[in-house]
Design a protein around this ligand. Structure first.
Ligand code: DGJ
Length: 708
């Protein structure tokens, strides 16, 4: 029998799968307009000397039993037996760009169900496996991974490392021999390693090179791998990382991997992230229709735990005057929460701070025309809390060992039904008794020895977190949620199915945010990236920045302000008004257009922008992160506009660029286009560009482009 060849196709991307003996992706890359199934004959491989005498396909399960000497896609056993399954396809269902392959190993008593869906609109491939135990005896799963092949020219990895107040830092490694392995064991998607990476042709950049990118939609532990075998073949592998004994399948039971999202591009990282953004916008986000993302005022870095309702109302009044649309009371509103060492778990209003309840504050906020939001951290418990005193056994951990505290707190065991019901009841109380539009859901401690009744339970803990959030969303469908975990510690597509925004970082330093936000932008569109104008002197770094640099840096996300507006002077206040208004005027473009990051020869000049879907408009931010290398910064070339259309260039915002006094500044004369109206073609902008002014370090300018 001839093997079945299935092609999933979209205007940008094609995936070609040979379904027998088991599924092997033969091609994953740009759309092929003239493909014929018989073309695959050209791919039949040589069998080299000095190794196995047969061809060894790199299947979706990378089976070691087929003679692949790498990391297998399924690792498990039945009391030491059935540990090296080899699957054979038994059923293929292909409809509307969706492919479902059932494959069996009757010897091992296992079935593997592989789902592949190519989204026609974005070109993003979505994949998962489900392993089913068909034997009566229990099967232990150690690993269940998704494998994607890469071409030999994929020679460089770009992945992300980070830590608290320094998320999404990109790094590169050469992929030549061996591989690159990234493991996260912190119990949440983590600051340490975002569950995504790109691999591409050497030196790939924002605008150039072939790139393949993946993201695992999972908020727990994960393992990502890019490998090169001695035969030169390369692969990407992604999986949820299971702790010992965590996954046991009784007879008939099954285990699914998280969804893996994959995209490819021939023209660098911009096209890759545009595909991911398009996918997220159309398939994952569920914003209330026609409602722009409201500008926030968050109280945290303004007043911390010092809650006085009268003062908070003054803050709200000030905020409304600045153009704020949603006012959020952060940590500190519940009983005993005067500092970060106590009270987590005691989700009752602090009546000493709020003797008349929250209602007067909420009513005040609503009368000012703003939405009201509040902070919670349900998964946590402080040892110094009534909840802990009553239920010390509700803590997540391994009996017989002492848990270390993290930010003076422990994690609750969500697999304990009493814990789950308690949290549901308390959150239900909060949301049913108060007119709340928005919840900032925090999670500030990493997870050590997660166990339920002594057995490892990180996967189950993550699933219970999803269930808790799902139950609340079902009961309160009008409420929006933000996922925060000490800033950006829980950011991924699976939690995004359940929330509306991410708090990208606890670092509001505009200079640091430039890198963090750029890193996040590879996978997430601006409208889900919480970005706030923080205090002039940043609380995380003590660095000081002008309102211009802070305002422009916060502009390209879901914008907010995080400070005490009552205490700010006139210059700052005027700045808040200016940048909030600027954000609102650009918001429809920023939250729907194509994000671009522009390559520039000097890495200290960082350029990003958004182009309207119809290319009639664009906005470009030029940020000078450090002192420019050269006296002249060169030209800014802007891609993505219509070559044949003419555009009016407008300066939307610049810092003061020239001092009249002698010495001390970078320029005597501005480029001419900055001083007089200038219209040029999209072709000119893309090929030739605009001469940039010499910017000071830690400053930025904003350029608008409108089609004439
Ligand atoms: C950590 C968050 O990331 C902050 O924004 C703030 O909400 C604090 N927790 C409150 O404790």
């Amino acid at each position: 029998m001839e093997p079945t060849i299935v092609r999933l196709t979209s205007p940008t991307t094609d995936v070609i799968v040979r379904c027998q003996p088991f599924a092997e992706i033969l091609y994953w890359g740009p759309h092929l307009s003239r493909f014929m199934p018989e073309d695959i004959l050209t791919l039949s491989r040589a069998v080299p000397n000095g190794r196995l005498d047969v061809d060894t396909p790199l299947t979706l399960a990378a089976e070691s039993g087929r003679g692949l000497f790498g990391s297998p896609g399924v690792e498990g056993h039945r009391d030491g037996y059935d540990w090296s399954p080899v699957f054979t396809t038994s059923e293929i269902t292909h409809q509307d760009n969706q492919l479902l392959i059932l494959a069996e190993d009757p010897q091992a008593g296992l079935q593997l169900r592989s789902e592949l869906q190519l989204d026609s609109a974005s070109g993003v491939l979505k994949m998962r496996h489900t392993l089913i135990n068909h034997h009566a005896a229990r099967y232990w799963v150690n690993r269940l991974a998704l494998t994607l092949p890469l071409p030999e020219r994929a020679g460089e990895v770009m992945a992300f490392h980070g830590r608290w107040i320094r998320e999404f830092q990109p790094h590169r490694v050469t992929l030549e021999h061996g591989g690159y392995l990234q493991e996260n064991r912190r119990g949440r998607s983590s600051h340490e390693y975002f569950p995504g990476m790109m691999v591409g042709s050497r030196g790939f950049s924002e605008q150039q090179g072939e790139v393949w990118g993946i993201h695992l939609g999972w908020s727990g532990n994960h393992r990502l791998r890019a490998d090169v075998k001695t035969d030169g073949r390369r692969l990407l592998q992604a999986e949820a990382l299971y702790l010992p004994g965590e996954q046991e399948l009784e007879g008939g039971a099954s285990l699914s991997t998280p969804w893996l999202y994959a995209a490819s591009s021939r023209t660098g990282l911009n096209a890759l992230s545009q595909q991911f953004h398009r996918y997220v916008r159309q398939n994952i986000l569920h914003f209330p229709e026609h409602k722009p993302r409201p500008v926030h005022l968050n109280t945290w870095e303004g007043i911390y735990f010092d809650h006085q309702p009268e003062y908070i109302m003054q803050m709200a009044t000030k905020s409304a005057g600045l153009g704020v649309e949603r006012f959020i009371i952060d940590d500190g509103w519940f009983r005993g929460r005067d500092h970060d060492r106590a009270a987590l778990g005691d989700w009752y209003l602090d009546e000493k701070k709020y003797p008349n309840g929250l209602a007067p504050v909420i009513e005040h906020v609503k009368q000012l025309g703003m939405e009201f939001g509040i902070w919670v951290e349900p998964e946590m418990i402080n040892p110094d809390s009534d909840l802990f005193r009553a239920h010390p056994d509700w803590v997540l951990g391994l009996p017989g060992y002492q848990q270390p505290t993290g930010r003076f707190q422990y994690v609750l065991d969500l697999c304990n039904p009493q814990v789950f019901e308690y949290l549901l009841e308390r959150m239900n109380w909060l949301l049913s008794n108060h007119d709340i539009d928005y919840i900032k859901w925090d999670m500030n401690r990493e997870i050590v020895q997660p166990a339920h009744l002594g057995r490892a339970s990180l996967t189950a803990q993550t699933e219970q977190f999803y269930r808790l959030l799902d139950s609340l969303r079902e009961r309160f469908p009008q409420v929006e949620f933000e996922s925060c975990a000490s800033g950006g510690g829980r950011i991924d597509y699976e939690v995004l199915q359940r929330c509306h925004r991410f708090w990208a970082s606890d670092n509001n330093d505009a200079l640091e945010r430039q890198t963090i936000q750029r890193g996040m932008s590879y996978f997430f569109p601006p409208e889900v990236m919480g970005s706030h104008i923080g205090n002039r002197q940043c609380h995380a770094t003590e660095r000081q920045h002008s309102i211009g640099f802070r305002g422009l840096t916060a502009l390209f996300g879901h914008m907010g302000i995080e400070l005490d507006p009552v205490k700010e002077g006139d210059t700052e206040q005027l700045g808040f008004v200016r940048y909030v208004a600027l954000h609102k005027s650009l918001r429809p473009l920023l939250h729907s257009g194509d994000v671009i990051r522009i390559d520039h020869h000097n890495p200290s000049t960082q350029i990003n922008g958004v182009v309207a879907p119809g290319q009639e408009r664009a906005v470009i931010l030029v940020s000078q992160l450090a002192m420019p290398d050269h006296q002249l910064p060169g030209n800014l070339r802007i891609p993505g506009l219509r070559p044949d259309a003419r555009y009016r260039i407008t300066l939307l915002d610049t810092p003061p660029l020239i001092h009249q006094q002698q010495g001390g500044h970078t320029m005597r004369q501005l480029p001419a286009w900055m001083k007089q109206p200038c219209d040029v073609s999209g072709e000119w902008l893309a090929q030739v560009g605009l001469a940039l002014p010499v910017l000071d370090p830690e400053s930025a300018m904003l350029i608008g482009l409108e089609q004439l």
